[in-house]
Unconditional design. Structure first.
Length: 401
């Protein structure tokens, strides 16, 4: 049951402590109280253990906790109750321990349309992470956690994927991925890491990968989808039918997000694509593109730490909807634009965050332009052509390319 902090609760004639107050949307406090035979109490942990507590409000995402070897020690899959506070407890070894909390799903809740969600993670009595808005999120905790990459000469690449089809599939299938350093001007181009994302019966729909790549390099992440078929009855005959895949994924390097999208991963009738390539890092036109026919386009934008939408006065929102930041490259928001915002972020913009785009584009001189809606709520942005800043960065202006 959920109550405002000043409410009083009695059950079977006895006054019940309604518990500790915590914010579920950044400002409004709630408490969680269970009564009757279903009451869930905090466990008493052993001396060498610490209590992990996960508090959640109105969440519909998968989460899990992994140890430092990647083994799952706690998970939950879409079984939390909606519009209520849910508590999950576990006693975990605390000596020489490092754990990772992972959470994610298909949607980042737009609080303009849906009630807000929130979660808090506590370990050994200390708050580890609290969030009011996420598509995917991860956090490490424990006394033996170390940086995931060599901070002096390596960059951290983080990849999340959630494939809802994996829940329904009766067969195991795999997405293949490869991360490589790219430099056409030298012999440096080489694969750094590769692998698969498995989906199907008994496999978590929430996938997470961490990779380290040389700092200051230009890298490309390529992912390809399988072609799945299923037998269906049409009239009096059985035919093979393509299974459509719509995974959601994000890709970031050193806290710059380069993709945050729903991917139509079934290529058919000129729609969708069975593979995608994302460029990241410090790229040059000669290292990534064909200098004779292509230019290097780079965009980086930063969102504000706080955001209030004009149509909802006096209300701070935990994210910025994709309909609020609109840009394209090509024509003035024409239908034949080469690059458009939704191809790089179709799930929402986190506050106080950086987003990047790196692409090779045809050399078409002044016929092309970068266009951004003048009311886009960005703190700053910059556009570069072949590594050169086009003009002074002034939010809301259009840049001729």
């Amino acid at each position: 049951m959920v109550f405002l902090p000043m409410d009083k609760l009695s059950f079977d004639g006895k006054v019940i402590d309604i518990g500790q107050t915590f914010p579920f949307d950044g400002k409004n406090p709630v408490t969680s109280t269970e009564v009757g035979t279903c009451t869930k109490t905090k466990p008493i942990c052993e001396d060498k253990e610490a209590l992990l507590e996960i508090q959640d409000w109105n969440n519909q995402d998968d989460f899990r906790v992994e140890d430092k070897d990647g083994n799952t020690v706690l998970n939950s899959s879409n079984n939390w109750k909606d519009y209520s506070v849910n508590n999950t407890y576990s006693c975990l070894p605390k000596d020489d321990a490092c754990y990772t909390f992972l959470i994610g799903g298909e949607y980042q809740w737009d609080t303009r349309l849906f009630p807000p969600s929130s979660y808090s993670v506590f370990f050994d009595g200390k708050l580890v992470r609290r969030s009011d808005s996420w598509l995917f999120d991860s956090v490490q905790f424990g006394d033996s956690c170390k940086p995931r990459c060599n901070q002096d000469d390596e960059s951290l690449v983080e990849f999340f994927m959630y494939d809802n089809n994996g829940f329904y599939s009766e067969e195991k299938y795999e997405y293949e991925w490869n991360l490589s350093v790219v430099d056409h001007n030298s012999s440096v181009s080489a694969s750094v890491a590769s692998g698969v994302v498995s989906q199907g019966p008994g496999i978590s729909q929430l996938a997470h990968r961490l990779m380290c790549i040389p700092k200051g390099s230009c890298s490309s992440f390529c992912i390809s989808a399988p072609h799945l078929m299923e037998k269906v009855e049409l009239g009096n005959e059985t035919v093979n039918q393509t299974i459509w895949l719509y995974p959601v994924y994000t890709l970031a390097m050193d806290n710059v997000t380069y993709r945050k999208v729903s991917w139509d991963a079934t290529e058919m009738y000129g729609v969708g694509s069975d593979s995608q390539t994302i460029h990241m890092g410090s790229c040059t036109v000669g290292g990534l593109c064909n200098e004779q026919t292509q230019d290097l386009f780079e965009l980086q934008l930063r969102t504000p730490a706080e955001y209030q939408e004009p149509s909802i006065p006096n209300t701070s929102l935990p994210m910025i909807g994709t309909d609020q930041i609109r840009w394209n490259f090509g024509a003035d928001f024409g239908m034949y634009s080469m690059l458009e915002d939704y191809n790089y972020n179709s799930k929402g913009y986190d506050l106080d965050s950086t987003y990047g785009v790196i692409e090779c584009v045809p050399k078409d001189g002044c016929d092309l332009s970068f266009n951004i809606a003048t009311d886009s709520p960005v703190e700053s942005y910059g556009v570069e052509k072949n590594g050169i800043q086009l003009t002074e960065v002034v939010s809301g202006h259009f840049y001729e390319y």
